[in-house]
Design a protein around this ligand. Structure first.
Ligand code: KMH
Ligand code: ZN
Length: 303
């Protein structure tokens, strides 16, 4: 019998702007409600960023996180995964602040640095307010998403060793798998490794299925049976790549952080809609969806 599929839902992120969709959750109440509904729809992991309720911009402020994290915890059994990716221009210390306060079961950990090309998307579709800010756009063209070896080690020690938080290892490129293997060899992290393979971010791997096959075989070579893997693809490739992952024995991530649409030209009205869609697809294919308890067991979480 095949394994059940762990669905992660990334409910808001730090990239899409409120001008891009009226359905993007912004306030703590909206983020909590969207997360609980996504969990009810079948997501066993909820990946969370926070936003300034006034502007919609990503915020690292733990006080904002703490307005929704306990509400989610009290109202569903899903695994809470606090992002340490944060938002454009945050320092590593800011990115870790909320997770250090909340001590969640899971946090994201970005496994290498990359150019993070959000400017084409912002140029075309979005602004933080209705007066476009050219200086901000120019800044995004020069943005390196910095995750050095020192940053990764610091995150592993501060969050993992100290608080028992385990990680969603975000891998945007093949080299990021080798970075992860390096830290595993150093004894700084313990299996099972939860590897999130990310496609379609400009600066990282393109959404081509040969990239997925190659990444998967290299992960098997590096980690043997000691890993669980999941796939997210940004934008229009989201559902196709999630399905491909399921067919290949992997897990899936959906949510408005990664894609605002439910179908071509049609905005998703909620995160739960995307969870229901991928659930429908994988169940039609004969798979089952993992409960939070199953996900905790397979990912070795503290519970
Ligand atoms: N925004 C995604 C492409 C994080 O929060 O640490 C990757 C992500 C990073 O979710
Ligand atoms: Zn994220």
């Amino acid at each position: 019998m095949s394994k059940s599929i762990i669905i992660t839902c990334a409910v808001t992120g730090g990239i899409h702007t409120p001008t891009m969709s009226p359905h993007l959750p912004i306030t703590p109440a909206q983020i909590a409600a969207e997360s609980i509904a996504a969990a009810e729809a079948g997501a066993s992991i909820i990946h969370l960023h926070a936003r300034d309720p006034e502007t919609g911009r990503p915020t690292p402020d733990p006080k904002v996180f703490m307005q929704f994290l306990p509400v989610i915890k009290a109202n569903c059994d899903a695994i809470i995964n606090v992002s340490t990716g944060g938002g454009l221009g945050m320092t590593l210390e800011q990115r870790l602040e909320a997770a250090l306060v909340a001590k969640p079961e899971m946090a994201s950990l970005n496994c290498g640095s990359l150019n993070f090309g959000i400017f084409p998307m912002l140029q075309k579709h979005a602004s933080w307010n209705h007066d476009w800010e050219p200086a901000f756009l120019e800044m995004t063209r020069d943005f390196v998403f910095k995750n050095t070896f020192k940053d990764i080690e610091y995150t592993l020690r501060e969050l993992g060793d100290t608080h028992g938080t385990r990680f969603e290892f975000e891998c945007y490129d093949l080299g990021h798998l080798y970075n992860l293997a390096y830290f595993a060899d150093k004894g700084l992290l313990k299996p099972p490794f939860f590897i999130q393979m990310i496609f379609g971010i400009l600066g990282g791997m393109g959404a081509d299925t040969d990239n997925l096959s190659h990444l998967h075989s290299i992960a098997q070579r590096l980690f043997g049976d000691n890993f669980e893997w999941s796939v997210l693809a940004a934008g229009r490739n989201q559902m196709k790549f999630a399905t491909q992952s399921a067919v290949m024995g992997g897990n899936v991530r959906v949510g408005l952080e990664d894609n605002l649409y439910i179908d071509r030209g049609q905005l998703a009205v909620s995160n739960a809609d995307q969870v229901r869609k991928i659930r429908r697809i994988v169940e039609e294919l004969g798979f089952t969806v993992a409960t939070p308890a199953e996900a905790r067991r397979r990912l070795g979480l503290k519970g």
